[in-house]
Design a protein around this ligand. Structure first.
Ligand SMILES: *[C@@H]1O[C@H](CO)[C@@H](O)[C@H](O)[C@H]1NC(C)=O
Ligand SMILES: *[C@@H]1O[C@H](CO)[C@@H](O)[C@H](O)[C@H]1NC(C)=O
Length: 299
């Protein structure tokens, strides 16, 4: 197993705060801060020289049943749509982090409902390595695999899904020396309330977007000091990646509309731009400060 993922963090706890907390946190990117608002926490994204997915190929993997009513079958169409559309949008164009054009590769569906408690090292990694060995996936230095799997529970790094995290990222190097970069998004038989605060799909898309942005800019996701040099772009203060920094550290809960070339749009968490020193959805302009919205007429 490669390094452990520090980027997984406890995403669910801060997904949606109360209105009051939301204002205070959103205002960290705004002008005219409410007097009660705390100063934004110090951040400073640094590049440690590690690998970056400069031309990422994203291939989602689904593990469960396709049949009607099964959660994995239900999430495949919207998640495939999300990934296939977002790769052509400005959301993933991050020149300041060396990330160029991204592409989507047709997802793979593994029809097998286990409904068990799975473990990252014992189950997820052998599963991915097996897919690679069988020639079902072709991992290279630019591929990222978000895995959506139905579980009773998921264990990673002594942490438990739903209680401790809504997703995690990791990487594993197998026999031929190729590293597989992946993220795991557990889907539950019964709802995990902290991970479905808006809706199963909405939270999945938000979490997938954050994981994706951090995966391409910091694929190794290692937090051990021994492999510090393998880190890509990470906030030196919090250890959090580009994708999660705005939402979990800067507490920006507002979503930004990201338009795709096909005229669709997704509401996604803004990403941290070190260059712009703020949260953005397109790495060209900062996200609209929420303070401006608060002053707008209300119904
Ligand atoms: C948050 O927004 C609500 C509604 O706009 C407002 O009543 C409240 O005072 C705001 N709280 C803070 C801390 O800005
Ligand atoms: C995309 O999928 C095709 C078909 O499975 C495969 O031949 C190709 O190598 C994949 N590309 C990447 C970058 O994974």
């Amino acid at each position: 197993m490669k390094g452990l993922t520090f980027a997984a963090i406890l995403i669910h706890t801060s997904l949606f705060n109360t209105v009051t907390a939301q204002n205070a946190s959103d205002a960290t990117i705004g002008v005219n801060l409410p007097t009660a608002a705390a100063a934004p926490p110090a951040t400073g994204v640094v590049y440690s020289g590690g690998h970056v997915l400069q031309n990422p190929t994203i291939q989602p993997i689904y593990w469960g049943h396709k049949t009607a009513g099964h959660i994995v079958g239900l999430v495949q169409p919207p998640m495939d749509l999300f990934y296939s559309e977002i790769v052509g949008s400005s959301y993933l164009l991050m020149p300041e982090y060396q990330v160029q054009e991204a592409t989507f590769n047709t997802s793979y569906f593994y029809e097998m409902d286990n409904g068990a408690v799975l473990d990252d090292t014992l189950d997820i990694q052998p599963f991915l390595i097996n897919l690679a060995k069988k020639g079902i996936i072709y991992p290279n230095q630019n591929t990222y695999y978000p895995v959506y799997v139905r579980v009773a529970g998921l264990l990673w790094n002594n942490l438990e899904s739903c209680t401790d995290f809504c997703y995690y990222r990791n990487s594993v190097t197998y026999a031929n020396g190729q590293t597989i970069y992946y993220g795991v998004f557990p889907l539950y038989m019964s709802f995990c309330t902290p991970c479905t605060s808006i809706s199963q799909i909405a939270n999945l898309i938000i979490n997938s977007a954050m994981a994706l942005a951090s995966a391409v800019t910091n694929p190794e996701a290692s937090s051990s000091s021994a492999s510090q040099a393998s880190l890509g772009y990470v906030d030196s203060v919090s250890g959090v990646g580009i994708g999660e920094l705005c939402r979990t550290v800067r507490k920006v809960s507002k979503l930004e509309e990201v338009f795709t070339v096909n005229g669709r749009y997704f509401q996604l968490p803004p990403l941290w731009s070190e260059k712009l020193q703020g949260c953005t959805a397109n790495f060209q302009t900062l996200a609209v400060p929420v303070a401006a919205l608060l002053g707008a007429p209300t119904q």
